[in-house]
Design a protein around this ligand. Structure first.
Ligand SMILES: Cc1cc2nc3c(=O)[nH]c(=O)nc-3n(C[C@H](O)[C@H](O)[C@H](O)COP(=O)(O)O)c2cc1C
Length: 364
């Protein structure tokens, strides 16, 4: 049986365990220049010292207009890269591998973070917002109508992903994750509900997946052979006539052939739809994608260590991401180790050893 705490090697990168911090926007690039701040050092640093095998930094814009909010991070210039370098170096020191989610928010860019309850929806131009782009001039409900991206713009997005991946490598990241989920630009292209194009980037499955495959190929050109590439997808839109689980199962081996190592299986976000309320809503999606012969990271409402271990035991996933629970409990993996009776002393920073979870005899 694979333990949640067994290492896993992806290309030349070995993760210390199977527990992943999934990308979670912090909205703390407070100068609106996309440069990560002390917040990001403390936030990611705490999860690295907290025992995560892989920490994936939040949706990070490959272009300024690709940020979800003005407070989101970027990686389109060297200042941003240098700030990330510092954070990655710290996290490496404490045993975590570091990933970064490369993103373009498409028609869902230029929105308010929600921190100020008086401000919601699209940020107007006179409040620091910008024009958005989508596959078609169809707005996400409640947001501004995007400009339909022409082929020059699409080419510039593909090039920006490649430049961002190069900077991610220079910053020391071990993993790049392409954000192709949740109704952001690439996900908008995948879905027939948001992509009404009649050119080669629309229409059937091949047309709608073209942008994603171009992005993956462009990244693989510059991203080192020895470093893994993840793609996060919304495996279903939870609605009729949208991107479906069957589409995801068809896409997974194609991505694998293009050099993608792990599919991070999320769902929804491109249209307003009713998502199942049960705890296991996304596990069958991960399982179905994995059955197509690719490694997957499962995510969504996984809060209990035993449950996380069971998902691995039952063969539904290779990696387990725990998101919101890690916002309130940065060292969730260290508690999980104690509950699963695994010795994780090696992952405690020396300064914290005296406060470790009650010692247990290793079971192996
Ligand atoms: C505050 C917050 C920010 C998030 N930001 C991102 C993001 O940047 N990229 C992304 O793909 N998902 C994002 N998500 C989704 C999470 O990665 C995760 O898939 C989701 O929270 C479900 O997992 P959980 O139930 O363990 O929290 C975010 C979620 C939260 C709560």
């Amino acid at each position: 049986m694979t333990s949640l705490f067994d290492p896993i090697t992806l290309r030349d990168v070995t993760l210390d365990n199977r527990i992943v911090l999934p990308p979670m926007c912090q909205y703390q690039a407070t100068e609106h220049d996309g440069v990560p701040t002390d917040w990001h050092l403390v936030h990611y640093g705490a999860r690295a010292t907290g025992g995560f095998g892989l920490v994936i930094a939040e949706a990070t814009g490959v272009l300024p207009e690709g940020r979800i909010t003005p407070d989101c991070t970027g990686i389109w210039n060297d200042d941003q890269r240098d700030a990330w370098t510092h954070i990655v170096g710290f996290c490496h020191e404490y045993g975590a591998a570091m990933g970064i989610q490369l993103a373009h928010a498409g028609r869902k860019a230029s929105t308010y973070s929600g921190f100020d309850p008086a401000k919601s929806g699209s940020v107007p131009l006179d409040d620091g917002g910008w024009e958005t782009y989508g596959p078609s001039a169809i707005p996400f409900p409640g947001l501004a109508t995007p400009i339909e991206a022409d082929t020059d713009y699409i080419a510039s997005v593909v090039a920006a992903y490649a430049k961002a991946a190069r900077r991610a490598d220079e910053a020391g990241f071990d993993v790049v994750e392409v954000h192709a989920a949740h109704g952001y630009l690439i996900s908008e292209f995948l879905s027939p509900l948001s992509n009404h194009r009649t050119d080669s980037y629309g229409g059937n499955f091949t047309g709608r997946t073209k942008l994603l495959l171009e992005v993956v190929d462009a990244i693989r050109e510059v991203w080192p052979e020895g470093k893994p590439l993840f793609v996060r997808i919304s495996a279903t839109e939870w609605t009729d006539h949208g991107w479906s689980l069957e589409d995801s199962v068809r896409l997974a081996p194609i991505l694998n052939e293009h050099g993608v190592d792990v599919i991070h299986v999320s769902s929804g976000g491109n249209v307003i739809a009713h998502m199942p309320a049960d705890e296991d809503y996304q596990i069958p999606l991960a399982s179905a994608v994995r059955a197509a012969g690719v490694r997957v990271c499962a995510v969504g409402r996984i809060t209990d260590p035993l449950k996380a271990q069971t998902i691995l035991d039952e063969g539904h996933a290779d990696l387990i991401a725990v998101g919101r629970v890690a916002l309130r409990e940065p060292s969730w993996p260290l508690r999980a180790a104690a509950e699963l009776e695994v010795d994780s002393r090696a992952r405690y920073p020396d300064s914290y050893l005296r406060g470790r979870w009650p010692a247990v005899e290793p079971v192996r």
